[in-house]
Design a protein around this ligand. Structure first.
Ligand SMILES: [Zn+2]
Length: 265
């Protein structure tokens, strides 16, 4: 702010008026400046990892409790009293001068901070939103090649939500082959199709709570049934609680189908 010509003596008045916030000794920002950006300035680094992903709009299934910051490799935090180290998660890497890490590097950093499934959801979300492309991801995961190989096996660019990623992963790891955004039945694309004939829909409450969606869902269910397809609907919250609810339901439906064909007419 001093560089922008704001006189030092006017800063306390601006703080008192609530126009700016003093977040550390000698550090001021606008009140709506995100915490990870403040941390990046404070530590003279970049907002990184899950903080950078959140700022970029990548869907995260776990809350980000503390700002994640990346510092140059040669930076020492030997005087911990100077900056509140305990309030941030510190990564190291040489990343240039931008205040926010690029999305590919942030996904790479997140290998050490996110559990595997949460990481897969973040990668799928970044791919789906066009924030990274597969070629960029191929250059990553040098610090965690095991996680990298697992992500390469399961990540997809067409998963529309983390709940859909979790459902698909649960199905594939239970041995079911899946098609994502498959064209089956009337009027086109379905989120997830298993065994060529079972449509899986995972719905968030908010996206299906209005009258138009309510009617459209019923019309689609009827049309799928008439086309000989089965539909299994799950609330996103059910899938977040226990993704195996999806393969268990598919297995039950398939065994019911085979029992039906065996029954004497
Ligand atoms: Zn991190």
């Amino acid at each position: 702010m001093r560089a922008a010509g704001v006189p030092a003596k006017s800063l306390p008045q601006a703080v008192a008026r609530g126009q700016i916030v003093r977040f550390h000794r000698g550090c001021y920002c606008l009140p709506n400046t995100p915490v990870p950006i403040r941390a990046a300035v404070l530590f003279r680094g970049q907002a990184a990892c899950v903080s950078a992903l959140k700022l970029a709009g990548v869907a995260l299934i776990e809350p980000v409790e503390r700002p994640h910051v990346v510092l140059p490799m040669n930076r020492s935090l030997a005087r911990p009293g100077i900056r509140p180290v305990e309030h941030a998660v510190i990564h190291y890497g040489n990343r240039g001068t931008a205040l926010i890490s690029d999305v590919a590097s942030a996904l790479d950093d997140a290998a050490s901070c996110l559990p595997a499934l949460a990481h897969l959801c973040a990668v799928d979300s970044a791919l789906h939103k066009g924030l990274v492309v597969f070629e960029e991801l191929d250059q990553l995961w040098r610090n965690d090649p095991v996680r990298g190989a697992w992500l390469r096996r399961y990540h997809r660019a067409n998963a529309e939500s983390p709940a859909e990623t979790l459902a698909r992963y649960a199905l594939e790891s239970a041995g079911f082959s899946t098609q994502v955004q498959a064209r089956v039945g009337p009027d086109g694309r379905r989120d997830l199709v298993v065994a060529g004939s079972i449509v899986i829909e995972v719905d968030g409450y908010s996206s299906h709570g209005d009258k138009k969606s309510f009617i459209a869902d019923r019309q689609m269910d009827r049309a799928l049934r008439i086309s000989g397809l089965d539909i299994l609907r799950f609330a996103a919250v059910e899938v977040f609680d226990d993704p195996t609810v999806v393969p268990r339901a598919v297995r039950a439906l398939l065994s019911e189908r085979s029992a039906r064909t065996m029954r004497p007419k």
